[in-house]
Write a protein that binds this ligand. Structure first.
Ligand code: GDP
Ligand code: CA
Length: 319
């Protein structure tokens, strides 16, 4: 079985770990979000690609859900001693090595997709991880600070401001000119099922879908497309997805997110059991819907979610 998953960071990565456990023999291609990418200290940092790679490769800091396990921060401290920041972005010593290798390879002319493959040679995530594009895309968020409207990088909004101010708009800058990375459209075209894991619908899955050609390829693939709600009980399970959903005029409910993707894209949608009352609304939008437990409290729970997603795919595929 060939499975394509559009993934952001934590939500995508934890789901993928369950998926691999559920169907160890499946060929899984992960299309990773690169809209979060940022240049720091002269280095190219790809937070979502790395979260997937470290999580599936066994190097993740489990408590945080991002960054490396057994991390130290000497380099960051030394940089701070020179007055060189930003201090608000947590880059540890082990993590720095990944960004140095990546930046060096990019400087030598390799595209990000080839660099990601090389990094994965070490981590062996058990999936094929492809960035959505080799072109530069940067998600910016329009905010108002002290009465002044300005655009900030997504990481500045998320990490430095902790989404404490309202987002007026979310723009994946460069996406309209970007091309899907080599292998992305081919993987979608040859997939048996496409899954939207419980990743952020705006700044993770939404950014991937903003690369021209990807949304169309998924809609035209003629295979079941199923998603899992990152919103449980009318709130994000982690993070601040409600802020960026509000920016695009979507309520933070499992049903509203399904309607936002729409029946043109989604065939099936899983909501948590606490949102069972949303099932009818989603189904009347033309999307098959089931309520099952959607909290990835451990690997077993994520594995059950993956099995439910595949069962729903089979159900809508056979319909
Ligand atoms: P990020 O790039 O690290 O923010 O990660 P993603 O975009 O992949 O995932 C973020 C989303 O995952 C958030 O909107 C969370 O609500 C969602 N999420 C995290 N853990 C869980 C969980 O256990 N269950 C569900 N349903 N959603 C989750
Ligand atoms: Ca992210």
């Amino acid at each position: 079985m060939r499975i394509v998953v559009l993934a952001g960071g934590i939500g995508g990565a934890r789901f993928l770990r369950g998926l691999r456990q559920a169907v160890p023999d499946a060929e899984v291609t992960v299309i990773g979000n690169t809209g979060d990418d940022i240049h720091l200290f002269g280095l190219k940092v790809c937070p979502d690609l790395d979260t997937v790679m470290y999580t599936l490769g066994g190097g993740i800091n489990e408590d945080q859900g991002w960054g490396r396990a057994d991390e130290t921060f000497h380099l960051k401290e030394e940089l701070a001693a020179y007055g060189v920041g930003p201090e608000w972005f947590g880059l540890g010593d082990r993590d720095f090595a990944t960004h140095i290798v990546r930046t060096q390879m990019l400087g030598a002319g390799y595209p990000l997709s080839a660099v990601t493959e090389a990094l994965c040679d070490r981590w062996k995530p058990g999936v094929r991880l492809i960035p959505m594009t080799d072109d530069r895309v940067e998600t910016h968020v329009a905010v108002e600070v002290d009465g002044e409207r300005k655009a900030v990088h997504f990481q500045e909004y998320w990490v430095r401001l902790r989404a404490s101010v309202d987002a007026h708009a979310v723009v994946p800058v460069g996406a309209d000119q970007a091309k899907p990375a080599p292998g992305v459209l081919e993987a979608i075209a040859s997939a048996d099922v496409v899954i939207f894991p419980p990743s952020n619908p705006v700044v993770s899955v939404g950014t991937i879908l903003a690369v021209p050609g990807i949304r169309e390829a998924i809609a035209d693939a003629g295979v079941p497309v199923v998603g899992l709600s990152p919103i449980v009980g009318d709130a994000p399970v982690r993070g601040m997805a409600d802020k960026v959903l509000a920016a695009i005029g979507v309520d933070s409910t499992a049903a509203a997110v399904a309607e936002h993707y729409g029946s043109g894209l989604l065939d099936g949608w899983l909501v948590d059991t606490v949102d069972a009352s949303a099932v009818d609304r989603v189904e009347s939008a033309g999307i098959r819907c089931r309520a099952v437990p959607l909290l990835m409290t451990d690997l077993a729970a994520a594995t059950r979610m993956a099995r439910e997603a595949l069962a729903l795919a089979e159900e809508v595929g056979g319909a």
